[in-house]
Design a protein around this ligand. Structure first.
Ligand SMILES: C[S@@+](CC[C@H](N)C(=O)[O-])C[C@H]1O[C@@H](n2cnc3c(N)ncnc32)[C@H](O)[C@@H]1O
Length: 324
């Protein structure tokens, strides 16, 4: 989310990974030979690993996570134990993060945070020019919360213009706090834990390829809803990047349906960029919009409903409950 000094707007982005239709291979065949549970994700160098193995590892991890979430819901202890062992055998979150880091390397399409920076360009340029024209009155930097961060050196770092806080379920290095966004203190947390660098809230919230990591549809809805609690202003702008197949080839989600879900939360769609693999979108958050939406009788809960029938589709879905 980014709040401009002149317009009181905030921008956030949510990026999710493409969901593949292909069936997962056996863990043995899917396990990349150059990844081990001892490997450490690096932001500077990557082992020579084929994109096929990277994709297979990521896909296998997602499939096992989904099955594990279902087993936990069913309290199936033997299955939970089995799936946890299988996840661990593939290197767990550490290997998944390494595969994702490799997937983001320059040779594989580059740092996706550049899209966010591109969309924030006019905001950044305004701040740069204000900073140079009034050097004695420093402009407060854009406060960015990057959720699901694997690197501290991406395009979001712009000296004197941005300040970035990075969190992940598993920290892969200094500068990335180990924290779960779903329990991370919100700016108005009563014990003050939500204050960062002396201030409450963020101007930009980035969830790059994170939403699709959430193994169940309700959890995704809850994550989207939770994003709205982190803005420093009630009026904000939000950016969302979703994988193309999750939006363009799902039985349960389309770009239009996502727009309706986001609108119910107070988000207005600003921009979209779709590549073969990814679907980026930028949204503005305005708390008052949600108030008006509800007043006008707008839908506030979204169940699992087939809206895009057809063969060869995936089941990526977002469910929004009243209490999510
Ligand atoms: C596919 S990686 C994406 C990394 C990077 N943002 C990118 O665009 O390449 C997804 C990351 O999101 C993290 N993640 C998923 N759910 C999270 C949560 N609730 N809180 C913090 N991090 C989370 C995972 O641990 C994982 O490292």
């Amino acid at each position: 989310m980014v709040r401009t000094p002149t317009s009181n707007t905030t921008t956030s982005r949510i990026l999710a990974k493409p969901k593949s239709n292909s069936k997962s291979k056996s863990l043995k065949s899917g396990r990349p030979p150059l990844l081990s549970s001892n490997s450490t994700p690096s932001t500077t160098s990557h082992p020579s690993i084929s994109s096929k193995h990277t994709r297979t590892l990521i896909r296998t991890h997602h499939v096992l996570q989904k099955r594990l979430a279902a087993a936990r819901l069913a309290n199936d202890t033997p299955l939970i134990n089995e799936l946890e062992s299988r996840l661990s055998a593939t290197g767990g979150l550490q290997s998944y993060q390494l595969a994702s880091t490799v997937g983001q390397s320059a040779t594989r399409g580059g740092d996706s945070s550049r899209v966010l920076v591109h969309w924030l360009r006019s905001e950044i340029d305004t701040r740069k020019s204000l900073t140079s024209s009034t050097p004695t009155t420093p402009i407060p930097p854009l406060r960015i919360l990057e959720v699901g961060a694997l690197s501290t050196t991406n395009a979001l770092n712009i000296p004197n213009i941005t300040t970035v806080r990075r969190i992940d379920l598993r920290s892969s290095g200094p500068g990335i706090e180990e924290a779960d966004f779903m329990t991370f203190p919100t700016p108005n947390d009563p014990d003050g834990k939500g204050i960062w660098q002396g201030q409450k809230g963020y101007d930009v919230l980035s969830l790059s390829l994170v939403l699709n990591y959430v193994p169940d549809a309700r959890g995704r809805g809850a994550m989207l809803k939770r994003t709205t609690k982190f803005f420093s202003e009630f009026k904000s702008t939000s950016k969302t990047l979703l994988p193309a197949p999750t939006l363009h080839n799902s039985r349960y989600l389309t770009p239009e349906h996502l727009t309706t879900i986001m609108a119910s939360l107070g988000y207005t769609h600003l921009h979209t960029k779709t590549t073969q693999k990814l679907h980026y979108s930028l949204w503005r958050y305005d708390r008052d919009k949600r108030v008006v939406w509800i007043k006008d009788g707008g839908q506030t809960t979204f169940a699992k409903k087939e809206i895009n029938p057809g063969g060869g589709r995936n089941n990526f879905c977002i469910i929004l409950d009243e209490d999510s």
